[in-house]
Design a protein around this ligand. Structure first.
Ligand code: FAD
Ligand code: UDP
Length: 414
């Protein structure tokens, strides 16, 4: 278990998990002069964003294709300290009845599926107004879709995909799940419209290596932390694993959805692409995978091989997706109450907050939690009118104080 708890006491902060949440917290703590120990159960850093070269030299993402996009300049500015970028706009086609249509639903989707020739937003909006089935209150993912585009498009493009992905009907999931996809009247066929859409030029793992490359950070991979039972004497513990695991699942297990990935590699002429776009979705029930993604679209790598990832949703396996529905949120809230009562433990990230978050949202959450826990050099400078000499200190009571006052607070929920 990565050394005993006494040995760990020589660190100011122990971070559990080396994904985005843990790595941002570790980097920020070290930047404030704190000594940080990072424990990661897997044999590598970068969490679910981990990428590596396969046996053919193709850069692949082990835990499913990850596309970076954000509207938050503070997130892209922060990460830009550790990586260069490669512009990439993600596009997705869904295969229905043997034809390929853009997702999210846009003007082209409607024209192709219905043999129409709409040329303006207004025409498409009139079409949506005619087919939409307004709901008094949009509560579920079914409501969220039929209220905008009606039952037929819902059945064609959402119901089957969602039942495969989640093992649940859209009517059993919060509206927020399917509402991740907008509905467009324009012909814009990009999956995301965020201002910043770029991939780390040398990959995610290389970016994480640079974030963790600090003399005050020690990383131990292949090392699990047992949670509350192993709390120990380190002044501040940052937990980015599943929140129910921290508490030994004593209130019951929070449900997560998992995936199995199958990678198919083919020899091609350099730069040749097998898919017309980065991702193809398969909403039809007769296929047991949900989507295929060709990494070469994302990475732009030439090479003599191209690799496509198939995603097969499943109940058992790594906890990839919190499942947004009322009963799960209620159980999470009970764990959150336990977390709030923990002294000197900060819960950050997708698993620790049981929230369906994208990478940029996790970075934003971690930057916020880091400011609350460690303060920030810029803020200290402004307060003191001079550079911080000794960096941050961890107080014996489990709180973290920044010389010059103010900054530090350790909260159960960041
Ligand atoms: P994680 O990346 O899960 O990191 C947590 C780490 O903690 C893991 O490495 C785990 O091994 C470690 N850990 C857990 N418990 C312990 C323990 N007890 N002891 C030691 N270590 C422990 N987001 C996007 O923005 N764009 C995308 O295209 C995108 N695609 C995705 C595709 C898939 C298939 C999935 C599952 C997610 C995708 N995401 C995407 C979301 C993205 O993966 C997350 O937002 C982000 O990785 C969450 O970071 P995290 O640090 O909270 O969690
Ligand atoms: N979805 C769907 N059909 C699609 C794409 C998405 O029904 O073609 C639904 C499905 O429930 C999915 C959710 O919308 O889980 C969110 O999609 P997103 O692409 O954001 O999922 P992620 O990339 O997080 O797996």
């Amino acid at each position: 278990m990565g050394g005993n708890t006494t040995e760990r006491a020589r660190f100011d902060v122990c971070v559990v998990g080396a994904g985005f949440a843990g790595t941002v917290m570790a980097e920020r703590a070290a930047s404030m002069g704190l000594r940080v120990l990072v424990l990661e159960r897997r044999d590598h850093i970068a969490g679910n964003a981990f990428d590596h070269r396969d046996e053919h030299g193709v850069l692949v993402h082990r835990y499913g294709p990850h596309i970076f996009h954000t509207n938050a300049p503070r997130v892209s500015d922060y990460l830009s300290r550790f990586t260069d970028w490669r512009p990439y706009e993600h596009r997705v086609l869904a295969e229905v009845d043997g034809q390929f249509v853009p997702m999210p639903i846009n003007r082209t989707t409607v024209n192709r599926l219905y043999g129409l020739t709409f040329a303006t937003d207004a025409e498409v909006q009139r079409f949506f107004d005619e087919v939409a089935e307004p709901c008094a209150a949009v509560a579920t993912s079914r409501d969220a879709v039929v209220a905008k585009v009606g039952s037929e498009l819902y059945e064609l493009l959402f119901r089957g995909y969602t039942r495969k992905q989640w093992g649940l009907d859209p009517s059993q999931l919060d509206a927020s799940v399917c509402a991740r996809l907008p509905v467009r009247t324009s012909a814009d066929d990009r999956y995301f419209t965020d201002a910043f859409q770029q991939m780390p030029a040398a990959g995610y793992t290389a970016m994480f290596e640079r974030m963790l490359d600090h003399p005050l950070i020690e990383v131990r991979t292949g090392t699990a932390h047992a949670g509350e039972s192993e709390r120990g004497r380190v002044a501040l513990l940052v937990w980015t694993g599943p929140i129910d695991e921290y508490f030994g699942r004593r209130l019951g297990a929070l449900p997560y959805r998992s995936l199995r990935f199958r990678l198919e590699t083919r020899a091609t002429a350099p730069g040749v692409l097998l898919q017309p776009v980065g991702q193809i979705n398969y909403p039809e029930a007769h296929l047991d995978y949900t989507r295929t993604t060709e990494f070469r679209h994302l990475t732009g790598e030439p090479g003599g091989h191209t690799t496509i990832a198939y995603e097969y949703p499943c109940a058992d396996g790594d906890p990839y997706y919190p499942i947004p529905r009322p009963e799960n949120r209620a159980l999470y809230e009970r764990y959150r109450a336990l977390a709030a009562a923990q002294r000197g433990v900060v819960f950050v990230g997708r698993l620790a907050r049981y929230q369906y978050l994208n990478m940029d949202q996790v970075v934003a959450q971690a930057l916020h939690a880091a400011r609350a826990s460690f303060g920030s050099r810029d803020a200290s400078r402004r307060r003191r009118g001079a550079p911080v000499a000794g960096g941050a200190r961890v107080a014996g009571d489990g709180g973290v104080r920044v010389p010059g006052g103010g900054g530090a607070r350790v909260a159960g929920d960041g």
